[in-house]
Write a protein that binds this ligand. Sequence first.
Ligand SMILES: Cc1cc2nc3c(=O)[nH]c(=O)nc-3n(C[C@H](O)[C@H](O)[C@H](O)COP(=O)(O)O)c2cc1C
Length: 319
Amino acid sequence: MNASPAIDPRDFRQALGMFATGVTIVTTCAEDGSPVGVTANSFNSVSLQPPMVLWSLAKTARSLTAFSAATHWNVHVLANGQEALSNRFARPGEDKFAGLPLDQGSTAAPLIPGCAARFECRTAFQYEGGDHIIFVGEVMRYDRSERAPLVYVTGGYAVASKVAADVSTAQTADRASAPYSENLLGYLLGRAHHQFLAGFRPTRDARGLSDPDFFVLSLLAVRAPLSATEIAEHIAYTGIDIGPVALQALVARDLLRATPEGYALSAAGQDAILHVMAAAKGVEADIMARLGELDAAALRNGLKRLIALSDPGLPTLWT
Ligand SMILES: Cc1cc2nc3c(=O)[nH]c(=O)nc-3n(C[C@H](O)[C@H](O)[C@H](O)COP(=O)(O)O)c2cc1C
């Protein structure tokens, strides 16, 4: 344990960074009527009855004068995906509100839309807090959305995910004789993939689409025309070797058109992939609704990170 005199500020910051928080933007209206806002993760709940919250602002902040004089301020709990907004309000010296659409609040303090939750507050107390001033506010009004909140931990943005209490059991994880446990990533990914696919495979099969057919059609639904080589490059990660013969077979079935610029979907191909994608989106909507916004955001984030760090160098699909 570090005792007070020996505390290294950098190390202390890192220790504090182990405490995961949300991210807020606190706004107010300066005495000259101009909007003021600052990113703050020092926000916390204080009291339920009466409803009170707090946050602290560095004495060096340019917005200190405005907040010290303010009778009201709004706290915006940021949603997953609002990192750019957080960064904008954490940078001094720029017009933080330029081009930002605002909602009408009950006071002159700016009210930013699209957040996970918002609290309109009346200044109740201000306290000295070392190099910060602590603001305590009484909540006059609040609202919230179903958006997953943005998280801040160990100096970076993160997404929150509920702990999967029923997935991991110590017995299977520790049994030395078992070739793998239910925590093996390959097992989790493979099983999740197949269970997800099972939900719309009947629609795919009814259209007579095999795995390779489906990959080619869904690729060309996003980007077309593509040459045979380009199609093969995009699909190589599946381990399926798509050659000109397979593509010609899809042309013969009237699912693709061969143009001088490359292959594209025919009207029938477009219709087939739209139907299969509609079924896939139905499965996704059902699963995401059961997962909830929080875990859905965390799952997408985890999969994107895994895809990025294991990317064998695929050509860009979406621009
Ligand atoms: C995630 C995050 C959380 C922050 N939390 C606080 C905070 O709680 N209090 C604070 O004074 N500054 C905090 N900051 C830094 C301020 O946002 C930053 O210093 C900002 O430039 C202050 O704006 P101003 O100088 O225009 O008042 C945080 C920054 C980030 C990125």
